[in-house]
Design a protein around this ligand. Structure first.
Ligand code: GLU
Length: 418
């Protein structure tokens, strides 16, 4: 894999990996192996638009590592999708699955498209054609997509149906995050946001504090941000700021959660929907709150604004929201960052439960899903925290050390073929 030179989410992911690999004393060969992605498929495909014209889209599926099990990771629809972004996010999925000890490797995919510009019937045609293009690498035994930025359970539904049509029988386990009536699991839609609040509660608890007296600012009101807001409220925290791509709203005395509870995951415009002081997405990151939850896109907390973050804790709902330079500034300032691979792992944990349920054809009730998620997340948090204390390092480096150690152990045990 040719490595990027300009500052990017891939540079950040590689810098984070190098920091952990250095502490683990990883051999050069192993380090080079893990800096590269195993498989990279780039496809260009035509889609007939509703007005009769044909547009060509670029789609990507990257598998970073599959030593611990089938590749697992979301598919995003975003105009920012490119090969390096998908490589970085696939690598983060390998570490995420390993740190919470799921028997999965890491993958990611995406289509370079602004989904909001597609008309009613176009997302389905685009998804079915993309699914067909990547059918040569995905499957319930080898690579299992899930929702991510700009995709949802309908997109998963179309992928599952398309692959099932090709194979001639229903293959529910080919994707997770599906609608419940076709083999999805209860609790998946809320899982990532709920996990963010569960992990936040652990990190506050470790500092002798509780969510009950904590104020929270959340950047992003998609699936992760909106469900995190609801979970924080249910667990007693006060949500004081939220935002979407058009800007944010700050209410020092907290939002009326009944309004947030009712509102659909992706509301049109936070500033129109919620009453309070208007803030920009950048200003939201600098509000005087206890907990900051970046739950939108990568690269939000940088060396430019990290010095002005006032929260004592940053819990990463998004993947890659903090650059490595910002990480160092936050650590120097005594701000605890719970890294993405742990903080937002609730989603992939419940994806794993969905996959298991699809195979066993036996579906769990919501209590069982949530109890098991809390157990897996709780254990991972405890292991990461113990490692951070033992190694005198940040939670991010500790999480990566645990994850990288597990992946290298699997690679070494399996040996190098042939
Ligand atoms: N896209 C989500 C993530 O970044 C979920 C992945 C999955 O469930 O496979 O963690």
């Amino acid at each position: 894999m040719a490595l990027k030179t300009k500052h990017s989410v891939l540079d950040v992911a590689l810098a984070q990996f190098d920091a952990a690999a250095g502490r683990l004393d990883l051999a050069d060969g192993m380090r080079e192996h893990l800096r590269a992605c195993k498989r990279e498929l780039v496809v260009h495909f035509p889609v007939r638009l509703d007005d009769g014209a044909v547009a060509t889209y670029t789609g990507i599926r990257v598998q970073h590592n599959v030593a611990r099990g089938p590749a697992k990771g979301g598919i995003r629809y975003s105009p920012m999708v490119d090969l390096d972004e998908v490589r970085a996010l696939a690598m983060l999925m390998t570490w995420k699955c390993a740190v919470v000890n799921l028997p999965f490797g890491g993958a990611k995919g995406g289509v370079e498209v602004e989904p909001r510009w597609l008309s009613v019937a176009e997302p389905e045609r685009l998804t079915r054609r993309f699914a067909t293009e990547i059918a040569i690498v995905i499957g319930s035994e080898n690579d299992i997509p899930a929702p991510d930025l700009g995709t949802d359970e309908h997109v998963m539904d179309w992928i599952m149906d398309t692959i099932s049509m090709h194979r001639g029988y229903s293959m529910p386990g080919v994707v997770t995050g599906k609608p419940v009536p076709i083999g999805g699991t209860l609790g998946r839609r809320e899982a990532t946001g709920r996990g963010v609040a569960v992990v936040a509660s652990s990190v506050l608890g470790a500092a002798g504090r509780s969510l009950e007296d904590a104020s929270v600012a959340i950047q992003g009101f998609g699936n992760v941000g909106a469900n995190a807001a609801r979970a924080f409220d249910a667990m007693g925290a006060q949500v004081v700021a939220i935002s979407d791509r058009s800007g944010g709203v700050y209410r020092p005395d907290g939002f009326d959660m009944a309004v947030i509870a009712d509102c659909r995951d992706e509301i049109a415009n936070c500033q129109e929907h919620f009453q309070g002081d208007r803030v920009t997405n950048a200003e939201l990151l600098e509000l005087p709150v206890d907990l900051l939850v970046p739950a939108a896109i990568e690269g939000q907390i940088t060396d430019e604004n990290a010095g002005r973050v006032k929260a004592r804790f940053v819990v990463e709902g998004a993947n890659g929201p903090t650059t490595d330079a910002a990480d160092a500034i936050l650590a120097d300032r005594g701000i605890t960052v719970v890294p993405d691979i742990l903080a937002n792992a609730g989603g992939v944990i419940v994806s794993y439960f969905e996959w298991v349920q699809d195979f066993s054809r036996y579906f769990w009730d919501l209590g069982e899903v949530n109890r098991n998620m809390d157990r897996v997340l709780g254990q991972a948090y405890a292991e990461v925290q113990a490692t951070a204390q033992r190694e005198r390092t940040t939670l991010r480096t500790a999480a990566l050390m645990l994850a990288v150690r597990r992946v290298t152990e699997a690679i070494t045990l399996r040996g190098f073929y042939p």
